[in-house]
Design a binder for this molecule. Structure first.
Ligand code: NAP
Length: 281
C-alpha cells in the first residue's frame, strides 16, 4: 500500500538525507526535500519523480525556514505535513581543548538550533491536525563519544536529550518523536571530518601523534568501509509507519553493538576498547 502523506526531509541534497527522500518517495510519500541550494536538489527531483518537491532552506536562518514553510503551505493547499525528518547536520572534529568557540557555535547552530528552528515551525500544524511524527537524526555518537569527535558528539547528545523531552511534551497532541542513531555510513561526511582534523595534526599541535593514528583509523575503517545510506532510510520509514514507533532506531547493524557496549559495559572498559579500536592507546 502506498502512503502519500507529506514529509519534510532536511539535508536532502546528499548522503543520508538524499537516500531518505528517494526511499520515502518510492514508498509513495510526498517529500519536501530541503537543501541549502537549488543546485544540490536538481538531480534528486529527476531521480525521484514528481513525489519529490525541492525546497531551499538554511536551517540556521529563521527567515529562511519561515519562507520555506510558506512555500510548503501553498503546495499543501490547506493540508498539513505529516512528518519532519531533521537530518541536516555538520561535523566539527578536533580535540575539545583546541576547537575554537566559533566552530563549537557553528556545530550547535546547525545540529541543535537548526533542528529546533525547523521543529518549531512544523509543530503548530501537527498539533492542529492532532497527529504527526518528528524523526531526529542523531548518531551513535549521541550515546558514545569518541575522542576527537567531542564537539559533534556533544551536539548529538543534545539532540538525544531534547528529543526525549519533546516526545514527552507532544504525546498529548498525538505527535510521536523518534531518534535515529546511524553508525558509520558511506557518505561525504567522512571527508568533512578528515578535513576538520587537519589543522590539529600540524607540527607543534599537542594532540598531533594520537590524532594521526585516529585519523588513519577513521579514514580506513570509518565511512569509506561502511555501507551506503539506504539502511538508515529504511529505519526512518519504520519510524514514520510503525503504529507505535520506537524511541530509538539504529543502522547499520554494527551501530547496535556499539550502543549495547556503551549501555552495559563499565566506562573504564569502554574507554580502553575505544582507545584500542581507534589506535590511540
Ligand atoms: N554519515 C555518517 O556516518 C553519519 C553517522 C551518524 C549520523 N549522521 C548524521 O546524518 C545526517 C546526514 O549526514 P550525511 O552523512 O548524509 O552527510 P552529508 O552528505 O554531508 O549531508 C548533510 C546534509 O546537511 C545539509 N546541511 C548542512 N548544514 C545545513 C544548513 N545550515 N541548512 C540546511 N541544510 C544543511 C547539507 O546540505 P548542503 O548540501 O547544502 O551542504 C547536506 O545535504 C547528519 O545529521 C549526520 O550527523 C551521519
Amino acid at each position: 500500500m502506498t502512503d502519500c502523506r507529506a514529509v519534510l526531509v532536511t539535508g536532502a541534497g546528499s548522503g543520508i538525507g538524499r537516500a531518505i527522500a528517494l526511499h520515502l518517495a518510492g514508498q509513495g510519500f510526498t517529500v519536501f526535500a530541503v537543501g541549502r541550494t537549488a543546485a544540490t536538489l536538481a538531480d534528486l527531483t529527476g531521480e525521484g519523480g514528481e513525489r519529490i518537491i525541492p525546497v531551499t532552506m538554511d536551517v540556521t536562518d529563521e527567515g529562511s525556514v519561515a519562507g520555506a514553510m510558506t512555500q510548503i503551505a501553498s503546495h499543501l493547499d490547506g493540508g498539513s505535513l505529516y512528518a519532519v525528518v531533521n537530518n541536516a547536520g555538520i561535523s566539527v572534529t578536533g580535540p575539545i581543548e583546541r576547537v575554537p568557540d566559533a566552530d563549537w557555535r557553528a556545530q550547535f547552530d546547525t545540529n541543535v538550533f537548526g533542528m529546533m528552528n525547523v521543529t518549531r515551525a512544523v509543530l503548530p500544524q501537527m498539533r492542529a491536525a492532532g497527529e504527526g511524527r518528528v524523526v531526529n537524526i542523531s548518531s551513535v555518537t549521541g550515546r558514545l563519544a569518541p575522542p576527537f569527535m567531542g564537539v559533534y558528539a556533544a551536539s548529538k547528545h543534545a539532540v538525544e536529550g531534547l528529543s526525549d523531552a519533546l516526545r514527552r511534551e507532544v504525546k498529548q497532541f498525538g505527535i510521536k518523536v523518534s531518534v535515529i542513531r546511524p553508525g558509520f555510513v558511506n557518505t561525504g561526511f567522512g571527508d568533512q571530518e578528515q578535513a576538520g582534523l587537519e589543522p590539529y595534526m600540524q607540527e607543534g599541535e599537542p594532540y598531533r601523534d594520537s590524532l594521526i593514528k585516529f585519523s588513519r583509523w577513521h579514514h580506513d575503517k570509518g565511512h569509506k568501509a561502511a555501507p551506503p545510506p539506504h539502511c538508515v532510510a529504511v529505519e526512518v520509514e519504520r519510524a514514520l509507519t510503525d503504529k507505535s514507533p520506537r524511541t530509538r532506531y539504529s543502522a547499520p547493524r554494527k551501530a547496535l553493538w556499539l550502543i549495547a557496549a556503551r549501555n552495559f559495559l563499565p566506562a573504564p572498559l569502554v574507554d580502553a576498547v575505544t582507545a584500542r579500536i581507534t589506535g590511540i592507546s
